[in-house]
Design a protein around this ligand. Structure first.
Ligand code: SF4
Length: 144
């Protein structure tokens, strides 16, 4: 197999701009365990949390609600109000398999995420680790 374009790592540092939390086409899925963690963090019962903050995607997957303009319901100002317990999908962005398909795709994602190309290098090993975690996660890909 030819080496990945990110064999030597990729620079990334989140600058907290919040752009990835306002994508009108974005879908943030969460597992049952993540929903339980978020409910606990907000001091809500699981039932109340699901009622207020989640909805079911047509595929049957739990997804976090958004405002009509596409902003994540947990976005406050530019920050995430559940940051310590945010879903894996948010934790691993922008290192999603579909974003790592090619150097071209990564460059395109860089137009939406100003953290790409900044900061220290995330190693190839760390990138692979994030990808492997995501592969086990219930997530819907926008551009597979
Ligand atoms: S778009 Fe990139 S830099 Fe901005 S908040 Fe999201 S991950 Fe961080």
């Amino acid at each position: 197999m030819p080496p990945k374009f990110y064999q030597k790592g990729l620079r990334f540092r989140c600058i907290g701009c919040g752009h990835c939390c306002i994508d009108p086409n974005g879908i943030v899925c969460c597992s049952d365990e993540e929903a339980q963690n978020m409910a606990r963090f907000l001091n809500l019962t699981e039932h109340d949390f699901m009622e207020h903050y989640l909805e079911i995607h047509p595929t049957g997957q739990w997804q976090i609600r958004s405002f009509p303009d596409g902003r994540c319901i947990f976005l406050e100002g530019q920050g995430c109000s559940i940051y310590p317990v945010r879903p894996l999908q948010c934790r691993t962005y922008p290192f999603w398999p579909e974003n790592l398909k090619s150097a071209y795709r990564w460059k395109q994602v860089g137009k939406e995420c100003p953290g790409i190309g900044k900061g220290k290098k995330v190693t190839h090993q760390e990138i692979q680790h994030r990808v492997s975690l995501l592969k086990k996660h219930p997530r819907l890909q926008r551009n597979p």
